[in-house]
Write a protein that binds this ligand. Structure first.
Ligand code: 5RP
Length: 218
C-alpha cells in the first residue's frame, strides 16, 4: 500500500475564514478542497480564490452535483479546480457527461458515496472511465452515532477491486487511520479535525505522524 495523501476540506461559510486556514495549512497537506458548505456559500469565487492562493496544489470543488454534469464541471474546472465531485445518486448520463468534460479539461470527477448506491453502480462508473470515488460517512450520520467498522472496510475493499481509487472522509481523525491500513486509500480528507483544531498545524502533524507510522515516509 502506498502512503495516502492528506486533503484539507474547507467547510467554512465565509471565504476569508477559509482562505486564512488554507494559508495556514496548505504546506501541510497535499490537496485543498472547497467543501460543499463553502461552495454553496461563496460559489465559484471560492475556487478562484483558492487557485490563486494555492497555485501548486490539487484543488477540489466539492459540489456533490446531481445534474448538469457537463456545465458544472466546465465551470468548476474553468475556475481552477482539478477535481469536482458528483453525488452517487446522479444519473449515469450526468456522470458520463461530467467525466467527459473533465477529461477534456485535464481534470477528473469523483463520485461521492453517500446514502444509497450499489456495486453495480460502481462498476458502471468505472466502465465509463471514472477512476475516483469518495467513501463518506456524513456528518449527520456521525453525529447520530455511526462508527467506522468492518462493513466499511469490506465495502472499500470491493470498490478497490472494481478499480476505483478511494478517498475516505467523514469526521476522520488521526486515531482513525490505522483501521484502514489494509485498504488502498488515495487520500484521507479531513475538515473539522484540522480547521477546528486548537492548533491546526499540530493537528496536521499528528495526521502525518500517523500516516508515517502506518504507511511509512513520503
Ligand atoms: C461534508 C464533506 C466534508 O468536507 C468532509 O466530510 C470533511 O469534513 P469533516 O472531516 O469535517 O467531516 O464533504 O459533506
Amino acid at each position: 500500500m502506498s502512503r495516502p495523501l492528506l486533503q484539507l476540506a474547507l467547510d467554512h461559510t465565509a471565504l476569508d475564514a477559509a482562505l486564512n486556514d488554507a494559508a495556514l495549512l496548505q504546506d501541510s497537506v497535499d490537496i485543498v478542497e472547497a467543501g460543499t458548505i463553502l461552495c454553496l456559500s461563496e460559489g465559484l469565487s471560492a475556487i478562484k480564490a483558492l487557485r490563486a492562493q494555492c497555485p501548486e496544489k490539487i484543488i477540489v470543488a466539492d459540489w456533490k452535483v446531481a445534474d448538469a454534469g457537463e456545465t458544472l464541471v466546465q465551470q468548476a474546472l474553468g475556475a481552477g479546480a482539478n477535481w469536482m465531485t458528483l453525488i452517487c445518486a446522479a444519473p449515469l448520463a450526468t456522470v458520463e457527461k461530467g467525466h467527459q468534460q473533465a477529461q477534456r479539461l485535464g481534470g477528473e470527477i469523483q463520485i461521492e458515496l453517500f446514502g444509497n448506491w450499489t456495486f453495480d453502480d460502481a462498476r458502471a462508473w468505472h466502465d465509463i472511465g471514472v477512476r475516483q470515488a469518495i467513501y463518506h460517512r456524513g456528518r449527520d450520520a456521525q453525529a447520530s452515532g455511526q462508527r467506522w467498522g468492518e462493513d466499511d472496510l469490506a465495502r472499500l475493499k470491493t470498490l478497490s477491486d472494481i478499480g476505483l481509487e478511494l478517498s475516505v472522509t467523514g469526521g476522520i481523525t488521526p486515531d482513525d487511520l490505522p483501521l484502514f491500513r489494509d485498504i488502498n486509500v488515495k487520500a484521507f480528507i479531513a475538515g473539522r479535525a484540522l480547521a477546528n483544531a486548537p492548533q491546526p498545524l499540530l493537528a496536521a502533524r499528528a495526521f502525518h505522524q500517523r500516516l508515517t507510522d502506518v504507511w511509512g515516509n513520503r
